[in-house]
Design a protein around this ligand. Structure first.
Ligand SMILES: Cc1cc2nc3c(=O)[nH]c(=O)nc-3n(C[C@H](O)[C@H](O)[C@H](O)COP(=O)(O)OP(=O)(O)OC[C@H]3O[C@@H](n4cnc5c(N)ncnc54)[C@H](O)[C@@H]3O)c2cc1C
Length: 364
Protein backbone atom coordinates (compact mmCIF):
# COMPACT_ATOMS: atom_id res chain seq x y z
CA UNK A 1 0.00 0.00 0.00
CA UNK A 2 1.44 3.41 -0.90
CA UNK A 3 0.67 4.89 2.53
CA UNK A 4 2.67 2.29 4.45
CA UNK A 5 5.64 4.61 4.75
CA UNK A 6 3.41 7.30 6.24
CA UNK A 7 1.87 4.94 8.74
CA UNK A 8 5.40 3.94 9.76
CA UNK A 9 6.29 7.57 10.22
CA UNK A 10 8.86 7.32 7.43
CA UNK A 11 7.91 10.00 4.96
CA UNK A 12 8.42 13.09 7.12
CA UNK A 13 11.41 11.74 9.04
CA UNK A 14 13.77 13.32 6.49
CA UNK A 15 12.21 16.78 6.98
CA UNK A 16 13.98 18.50 9.86
CA UNK A 17 11.90 19.53 12.88
CA UNK A 18 12.28 23.27 12.22
CA UNK A 19 11.15 23.08 8.57
CA UNK A 20 8.24 25.30 7.57
CA UNK A 21 4.93 24.37 5.99
CA UNK A 22 6.18 24.63 2.40
CA UNK A 23 8.88 21.99 3.01
CA UNK A 24 6.41 19.64 4.69
CA UNK A 25 3.95 20.06 1.80
CA UNK A 26 6.71 19.52 -0.77
CA UNK A 27 7.81 16.30 0.91
CA UNK A 28 4.26 14.95 1.15
CA UNK A 29 3.76 15.77 -2.53
CA UNK A 30 7.05 14.34 -3.80
CA UNK A 31 6.51 11.12 -1.81
CA UNK A 32 3.11 10.64 -3.49
CA UNK A 33 1.29 10.91 -0.16
CA UNK A 34 -0.95 13.79 -1.27
CA UNK A 35 -2.27 11.91 -4.30
CA UNK A 36 -2.71 8.70 -2.30
CA UNK A 37 -5.17 10.40 0.04
CA UNK A 38 -7.91 10.08 -2.57
CA UNK A 39 -9.80 7.21 -4.14
CA UNK A 40 -10.98 8.93 -7.24
CA UNK A 41 -10.86 12.11 -9.32
CA UNK A 42 -14.27 13.07 -10.72
CA UNK A 43 -15.53 16.13 -12.64
CA UNK A 44 -16.66 17.53 -9.26
CA UNK A 45 -13.29 17.00 -7.59
CA UNK A 46 -11.55 14.39 -5.48
CA UNK A 47 -13.13 11.70 -3.30
CA UNK A 48 -11.03 11.24 -0.16
CA UNK A 49 -9.99 7.96 1.41
CA UNK A 50 -10.79 8.57 5.11
CA UNK A 51 -8.13 6.19 6.49
CA UNK A 52 -5.33 7.65 4.37
CA UNK A 53 -6.35 11.22 5.11
CA UNK A 54 -6.29 10.36 8.83
CA UNK A 55 -2.83 8.81 8.46
CA UNK A 56 -1.44 11.97 6.85
CA UNK A 57 -2.89 14.21 9.53
CA UNK A 58 -1.63 11.98 12.34
CA UNK A 59 1.85 12.05 10.87
CA UNK A 60 1.90 15.82 10.38
CA UNK A 61 0.39 16.40 13.85
CA UNK A 62 3.21 14.34 15.42
CA UNK A 63 5.57 17.20 14.45
CA UNK A 64 3.73 19.37 16.98
CA UNK A 65 3.23 22.47 14.80
CA UNK A 66 -0.50 23.16 14.74
CA UNK A 67 -0.17 25.84 12.07
CA UNK A 68 1.46 23.45 9.62
CA UNK A 69 -1.13 20.77 10.36
CA UNK A 70 -3.94 23.27 9.74
CA UNK A 71 -2.40 24.23 6.40
CA UNK A 72 -2.00 20.58 5.31
CA UNK A 73 -5.56 19.86 6.47
CA UNK A 74 -7.25 22.68 4.55
CA UNK A 75 -5.26 21.94 1.40
CA UNK A 76 -5.71 18.15 1.57
CA UNK A 77 -9.34 18.03 2.60
CA UNK A 78 -10.93 20.90 0.69
CA UNK A 79 -8.63 23.08 -1.48
CA UNK A 80 -6.97 20.30 -3.48
CA UNK A 81 -10.25 18.34 -3.90
CA UNK A 82 -11.96 21.46 -5.29
CA UNK A 83 -8.93 22.34 -7.46
CA UNK A 84 -9.28 18.87 -9.02
CA UNK A 85 -12.58 20.01 -10.55
CA UNK A 86 -10.50 22.21 -12.85
CA UNK A 87 -8.74 21.09 -16.01
CA UNK A 88 -5.55 23.18 -15.94
CA UNK A 89 -2.02 22.16 -14.90
CA UNK A 90 -2.40 23.75 -11.44
CA UNK A 91 -3.78 20.60 -9.83
CA UNK A 92 -0.71 18.52 -10.73
CA UNK A 93 1.68 21.20 -9.50
CA UNK A 94 -0.03 21.35 -6.10
CA UNK A 95 -0.56 17.58 -5.78
CA UNK A 96 3.14 17.01 -6.53
CA UNK A 97 4.05 19.44 -3.75
CA UNK A 98 5.68 21.98 -6.11
CA UNK A 99 3.49 24.76 -4.70
CA UNK A 100 0.51 25.39 -2.41
CA UNK A 101 -3.10 26.46 -2.85
CA UNK A 102 -5.32 28.46 -0.48
CA UNK A 103 -9.09 28.30 -0.20
CA UNK A 104 -10.51 31.81 0.10
CA UNK A 105 -14.18 31.75 1.08
CA UNK A 106 -14.51 33.94 4.21
CA UNK A 107 -15.20 37.41 2.89
CA UNK A 108 -14.15 40.87 3.99
CA UNK A 109 -17.71 42.10 3.37
CA UNK A 110 -19.60 39.61 5.56
CA UNK A 111 -19.46 37.38 8.63
CA UNK A 112 -17.99 33.96 7.89
CA UNK A 113 -21.21 32.41 9.22
CA UNK A 114 -23.10 34.35 6.57
CA UNK A 115 -21.48 32.81 3.50
CA UNK A 116 -24.15 33.83 0.98
CA UNK A 117 -23.72 37.44 2.10
CA UNK A 118 -20.20 37.48 0.62
CA UNK A 119 -19.21 40.57 -1.36
CA UNK A 120 -16.35 39.52 -3.67
CA UNK A 121 -17.57 39.90 -7.25
CA UNK A 122 -16.57 38.20 -10.46
CA UNK A 123 -17.65 39.71 -13.76
CA UNK A 124 -17.67 37.28 -16.65
CA UNK A 125 -17.28 38.98 -19.99
CA UNK A 126 -16.55 36.74 -22.98
CA UNK A 127 -12.87 35.83 -22.91
CA UNK A 128 -12.03 37.55 -19.65
CA UNK A 129 -13.08 37.65 -16.03
CA UNK A 130 -12.63 40.51 -13.60
CA UNK A 131 -12.43 40.02 -9.84
CA UNK A 132 -12.92 42.61 -7.07
CA UNK A 133 -13.22 42.15 -3.33
CA UNK A 134 -11.37 40.66 -0.40
CA UNK A 135 -11.01 37.56 1.75
CA UNK A 136 -9.80 37.30 5.34
CA UNK A 137 -8.24 34.73 7.63
CA UNK A 138 -7.13 32.56 4.73
CA UNK A 139 -4.88 29.63 5.71
CA UNK A 140 -1.67 29.31 3.62
CA UNK A 141 -2.32 32.76 2.09
CA UNK A 142 1.24 33.98 2.60
CA UNK A 143 2.76 31.00 0.73
CA UNK A 144 0.12 30.02 -1.81
CA UNK A 145 0.81 30.11 -5.53
CA UNK A 146 -2.96 30.04 -6.19
CA UNK A 147 -6.12 31.22 -4.50
CA UNK A 148 -9.39 29.41 -4.98
CA UNK A 149 -11.78 32.32 -4.56
CA UNK A 150 -15.50 31.94 -3.93
CA UNK A 151 -17.11 34.94 -5.65
CA UNK A 152 -20.56 36.04 -6.73
CA UNK A 153 -21.37 36.56 -10.41
CA UNK A 154 -24.76 38.07 -9.61
CA UNK A 155 -26.40 39.78 -6.62
CA UNK A 156 -28.57 37.98 -4.09
CA UNK A 157 -28.31 34.91 -1.91
CA UNK A 158 -29.54 32.28 -4.33
CA UNK A 159 -27.54 29.05 -4.28
CA UNK A 160 -26.59 29.50 -7.94
CA UNK A 161 -25.18 33.06 -7.62
CA UNK A 162 -21.66 31.87 -6.74
CA UNK A 163 -18.68 30.70 -8.78
CA UNK A 164 -15.11 29.60 -8.04
CA UNK A 165 -12.27 31.56 -9.60
CA UNK A 166 -8.70 30.25 -9.62
CA UNK A 167 -6.39 33.21 -9.11
CA UNK A 168 -2.58 33.09 -9.41
CA UNK A 169 -1.10 34.82 -6.35
CA UNK A 170 1.19 36.87 -8.61
CA UNK A 171 -1.63 38.24 -10.80
CA UNK A 172 -1.77 42.04 -10.99
CA UNK A 173 -4.18 43.42 -8.38
CA UNK A 174 -3.71 40.63 -5.79
CA UNK A 175 -2.40 41.81 -2.44
CA UNK A 176 -1.70 39.52 0.56
CA UNK A 177 -1.28 40.86 4.10
CA UNK A 178 -0.14 38.42 6.82
CA UNK A 179 -2.65 38.18 9.67
CA UNK A 180 -1.42 39.83 12.85
CA UNK A 181 -1.44 36.83 15.16
CA UNK A 182 1.16 34.85 17.06
CA UNK A 183 -1.09 31.77 16.96
CA UNK A 184 -0.71 29.03 14.32
CA UNK A 185 2.34 30.75 12.81
CA UNK A 186 3.11 27.82 10.47
CA UNK A 187 -0.28 28.17 8.78
CA UNK A 188 0.73 31.30 6.83
CA UNK A 189 -2.64 32.89 7.56
CA UNK A 190 -3.35 36.13 5.72
CA UNK A 191 -5.92 38.50 4.28
CA UNK A 192 -6.18 38.87 0.50
CA UNK A 193 -7.40 41.82 -1.58
CA UNK A 194 -8.43 41.53 -5.22
CA UNK A 195 -8.45 44.90 -6.95
CA UNK A 196 -9.50 44.88 -10.62
CA UNK A 197 -7.85 41.49 -11.19
CA UNK A 198 -8.17 40.50 -14.88
CA UNK A 199 -7.86 36.84 -15.86
CA UNK A 200 -8.70 34.65 -18.85
CA UNK A 201 -12.13 32.98 -18.83
CA UNK A 202 -10.37 29.67 -18.06
CA UNK A 203 -9.87 31.01 -14.50
CA UNK A 204 -13.47 30.02 -13.74
CA UNK A 205 -13.23 26.67 -11.98
CA UNK A 206 -16.10 24.23 -12.40
CA UNK A 207 -19.32 25.49 -13.93
CA UNK A 208 -20.52 29.03 -13.42
CA UNK A 209 -23.16 29.05 -10.66
CA UNK A 210 -21.94 25.76 -9.15
CA UNK A 211 -19.66 27.40 -6.59
CA UNK A 212 -21.72 26.69 -3.49
CA UNK A 213 -22.65 23.18 -4.63
CA UNK A 214 -18.96 22.34 -5.06
CA UNK A 215 -18.10 23.95 -1.73
CA UNK A 216 -20.81 22.02 0.13
CA UNK A 217 -19.60 18.77 -1.46
CA UNK A 218 -16.08 19.22 -0.10
CA UNK A 219 -16.65 21.02 3.22
CA UNK A 220 -17.87 17.70 4.66
CA UNK A 221 -14.44 16.19 4.02
CA UNK A 222 -12.79 19.17 5.73
CA UNK A 223 -15.01 18.56 8.75
CA UNK A 224 -14.11 14.87 8.78
CA UNK A 225 -10.42 15.82 8.56
CA UNK A 226 -10.91 18.22 11.47
CA UNK A 227 -12.23 15.34 13.60
CA UNK A 228 -9.28 13.17 12.55
CA UNK A 229 -6.76 15.89 13.42
CA UNK A 230 -8.51 16.68 16.73
CA UNK A 231 -8.30 12.99 17.66
CA UNK A 232 -4.59 12.88 16.81
CA UNK A 233 -3.82 16.12 18.66
CA UNK A 234 -5.80 15.40 21.83
CA UNK A 235 -4.55 11.82 22.13
CA UNK A 236 -0.94 12.97 21.66
CA UNK A 237 -1.39 15.67 24.32
CA UNK A 238 -3.12 13.21 26.69
CA UNK A 239 -0.19 10.77 26.37
CA UNK A 240 2.30 13.57 27.16
CA UNK A 241 0.10 14.77 30.01
CA UNK A 242 -0.12 11.34 31.59
CA UNK A 243 3.68 11.19 31.59
CA UNK A 244 3.94 14.56 33.28
CA UNK A 245 1.23 13.69 35.86
CA UNK A 246 3.14 10.57 36.90
CA UNK A 247 6.36 12.61 37.31
CA UNK A 248 4.89 15.64 39.12
CA UNK A 249 4.80 15.01 42.88
CA UNK A 250 2.99 17.06 45.47
CA UNK A 251 3.84 16.25 49.06
CA UNK A 252 5.40 12.93 48.02
CA UNK A 253 2.46 11.80 45.91
CA UNK A 254 2.27 11.83 42.12
CA UNK A 255 -0.55 13.92 40.68
CA UNK A 256 -1.57 10.84 38.67
CA UNK A 257 -2.45 9.12 41.97
CA UNK A 258 -5.07 11.71 42.92
CA UNK A 259 -8.50 10.20 42.34
CA UNK A 260 -10.07 13.42 41.07
CA UNK A 261 -7.33 13.82 38.45
CA UNK A 262 -7.51 10.18 37.34
CA UNK A 263 -11.27 10.48 36.93
CA UNK A 264 -11.09 13.74 34.98
CA UNK A 265 -8.32 12.26 32.83
CA UNK A 266 -10.45 9.17 32.19
CA UNK A 267 -13.38 11.40 31.20
CA UNK A 268 -11.05 13.09 28.67
CA UNK A 269 -10.11 9.66 27.30
CA UNK A 270 -13.79 8.77 26.93
CA UNK A 271 -14.38 11.98 24.95
CA UNK A 272 -11.44 11.39 22.61
CA UNK A 273 -12.33 7.73 22.11
CA UNK A 274 -15.90 8.79 21.30
CA UNK A 275 -14.66 11.33 18.76
CA UNK A 276 -12.55 8.67 17.08
CA UNK A 277 -15.48 6.23 17.03
CA UNK A 278 -17.64 8.97 15.53
CA UNK A 279 -15.26 9.84 12.68
CA UNK A 280 -14.61 6.18 11.94
CA UNK A 281 -18.35 5.50 11.84
CA UNK A 282 -19.33 8.55 9.77
CA UNK A 283 -16.33 8.94 7.43
CA UNK A 284 -17.83 6.94 4.57
CA UNK A 285 -21.16 8.74 4.77
CA UNK A 286 -19.33 12.06 4.51
CA UNK A 287 -17.01 11.26 1.59
CA UNK A 288 -19.34 9.00 -0.38
CA UNK A 289 -22.87 10.23 0.38
CA UNK A 290 -21.94 13.87 1.17
CA UNK A 291 -24.12 13.60 4.27
CA UNK A 292 -24.15 17.13 5.70
CA UNK A 293 -25.69 16.13 9.04
CA UNK A 294 -22.90 13.61 9.67
CA UNK A 295 -20.36 16.31 8.80
CA UNK A 296 -22.07 18.73 11.23
CA UNK A 297 -22.05 16.07 13.97
CA UNK A 298 -18.31 15.64 13.49
CA UNK A 299 -17.56 19.36 13.41
CA UNK A 300 -19.67 20.06 16.52
CA UNK A 301 -17.99 17.21 18.42
CA UNK A 302 -14.52 18.49 17.61
CA UNK A 303 -15.13 21.93 19.08
CA UNK A 304 -16.63 20.51 22.26
CA UNK A 305 -14.07 17.71 22.74
CA UNK A 306 -10.85 19.57 21.96
CA UNK A 307 -11.68 22.54 24.17
CA UNK A 308 -12.52 20.45 27.23
CA UNK A 309 -9.64 18.00 26.90
CA UNK A 310 -6.96 20.58 26.18
CA UNK A 311 -8.21 22.92 28.94
CA UNK A 312 -7.82 20.13 31.50
CA UNK A 313 -4.38 19.14 30.21
CA UNK A 314 -3.19 22.78 30.20
CA UNK A 315 -4.48 23.35 33.75
CA UNK A 316 -2.61 20.28 35.06
CA UNK A 317 0.67 21.85 33.91
CA UNK A 318 0.22 24.76 36.34
CA UNK A 319 2.48 27.74 35.56
CA UNK A 320 4.50 25.72 33.02
CA UNK A 321 1.43 25.71 30.82
CA UNK A 322 2.05 29.42 30.21
CA UNK A 323 5.53 28.96 28.72
CA UNK A 324 5.99 30.06 25.10
CA UNK A 325 5.53 26.49 23.86
CA UNK A 326 3.18 25.50 26.71
CA UNK A 327 -0.20 23.82 26.56
CA UNK A 328 -2.12 27.07 27.12
CA UNK A 329 -0.90 28.07 23.65
CA UNK A 330 -1.95 24.71 22.18
CA UNK A 331 -5.36 25.16 23.81
CA UNK A 332 -5.74 28.63 22.30
CA UNK A 333 -4.66 27.40 18.86
CA UNK A 334 -7.05 24.47 19.04
CA UNK A 335 -9.95 26.92 19.47
CA UNK A 336 -9.79 27.01 15.65
CA UNK A 337 -11.68 23.69 15.75
CA UNK A 338 -14.77 25.56 16.92
CA UNK A 339 -14.45 28.44 14.42
CA UNK A 340 -12.49 27.74 11.21
CA UNK A 341 -14.59 26.18 8.45
CA UNK A 342 -17.85 26.83 10.30
CA UNK A 343 -18.55 27.78 13.92
CA UNK A 344 -19.82 25.17 16.41
CA UNK A 345 -23.12 27.05 16.87
CA UNK A 346 -23.92 26.74 13.14
CA UNK A 347 -23.21 23.00 13.31
CA UNK A 348 -25.48 22.59 16.33
CA UNK A 349 -28.19 24.49 14.44
CA UNK A 350 -27.88 22.08 11.49
CA UNK A 351 -28.07 19.10 13.87
CA UNK A 352 -31.20 20.52 15.51
CA UNK A 353 -32.74 21.01 12.05
CA UNK A 354 -32.25 17.31 11.38
CA UNK A 355 -33.15 16.14 14.91
CA UNK A 356 -36.12 14.07 13.79
CA UNK A 357 -34.20 11.82 11.40
CA UNK A 358 -31.28 11.56 13.82
CA UNK A 359 -33.64 10.42 16.56
CA UNK A 360 -35.29 7.92 14.24
CA UNK A 361 -31.91 6.43 13.40
CA UNK A 362 -30.90 6.33 17.08
CA UNK A 363 -34.10 4.51 18.01
CA UNK A 364 -33.82 1.74 15.44
C1 LIG B 1 -7.16 29.97 12.17
C2 LIG B 1 -8.22 30.21 11.14
C3 LIG B 1 -8.02 29.76 9.83
C4 LIG B 1 -8.98 30.02 8.86
N1 LIG B 1 -8.75 29.60 7.57
C5 LIG B 1 -9.65 29.91 6.59
C6 LIG B 1 -9.41 29.54 5.23
O1 LIG B 1 -8.42 28.89 4.90
N2 LIG B 1 -10.29 29.94 4.30
C7 LIG B 1 -11.42 30.64 4.61
O2 LIG B 1 -12.18 30.96 3.72
N3 LIG B 1 -11.69 31.00 5.90
C8 LIG B 1 -10.83 30.64 6.88
N4 LIG B 1 -11.07 31.00 8.20
C9 LIG B 1 -12.26 31.78 8.50
C10 LIG B 1 -13.34 30.95 9.18
O3 LIG B 1 -13.94 30.05 8.29
C11 LIG B 1 -14.33 31.94 9.81
O4 LIG B 1 -13.65 32.57 10.87
C12 LIG B 1 -15.59 31.26 10.32
O5 LIG B 1 -16.42 30.88 9.25
C13 LIG B 1 -16.39 32.20 11.25
O6 LIG B 1 -16.58 33.44 10.63
P1 LIG B 1 -16.25 34.81 11.42
O7 LIG B 1 -14.86 34.74 11.91
O8 LIG B 1 -16.61 35.92 10.52
O9 LIG B 1 -17.17 34.77 12.70
P2 LIG B 1 -18.74 35.12 12.73
O10 LIG B 1 -19.45 34.39 11.66
O11 LIG B 1 -18.90 36.60 12.80
O12 LIG B 1 -19.14 34.48 14.13
C14 LIG B 1 -18.61 35.03 15.36
C15 LIG B 1 -19.19 34.24 16.52
O13 LIG B 1 -20.60 34.41 16.55
C16 LIG B 1 -21.20 33.24 17.03
N5 LIG B 1 -22.15 32.77 16.02
C17 LIG B 1 -22.02 32.81 14.67
N6 LIG B 1 -23.09 32.26 14.07
C18 LIG B 1 -23.93 31.88 15.06
C19 LIG B 1 -25.23 31.26 15.09
N7 LIG B 1 -25.86 30.92 13.96
N8 LIG B 1 -25.78 31.01 16.30
C20 LIG B 1 -25.14 31.35 17.45
N9 LIG B 1 -23.92 31.94 17.48
C21 LIG B 1 -23.33 32.19 16.31
C22 LIG B 1 -20.11 32.21 17.27
O14 LIG B 1 -19.74 32.22 18.64
C23 LIG B 1 -18.98 32.74 16.42
O15 LIG B 1 -17.70 32.31 16.86
C24 LIG B 1 -10.16 30.73 9.19
C25 LIG B 1 -10.35 31.15 10.51
C26 LIG B 1 -9.41 30.89 11.49
C27 LIG B 1 -9.65 31.36 12.88
Amino acid sequence: MPDTALLDGGVLSTVDAAAGGARVWRRLGSAGVLRDQYRQRTPTGLVADPARLAATLREVDARGDNGITLSVLVQSASALPILAAGTGPEFDRVADGDCEVALAATDTAAAGSDLTGLGTEVELDGDTVRLDGGKRWVTTATRAAYFLVLARHRPGRHFTAFTWVLVPADAAGVRVTPATTTLLAGAGIGHVEFCDVRLPASAVLGRQGRGLALFARHMGTERLAGAQWATALTSRVLAETRESLTRREIDGRALWDHDSIRQEFAACLVRVRSLRALHEALGERVVTDHDTTSAALLKASIGLTADEVLSSCARWRGADGFADDGLQLVRAEAAVFGIGGGVTELMLGAIADDAESLLTELRT
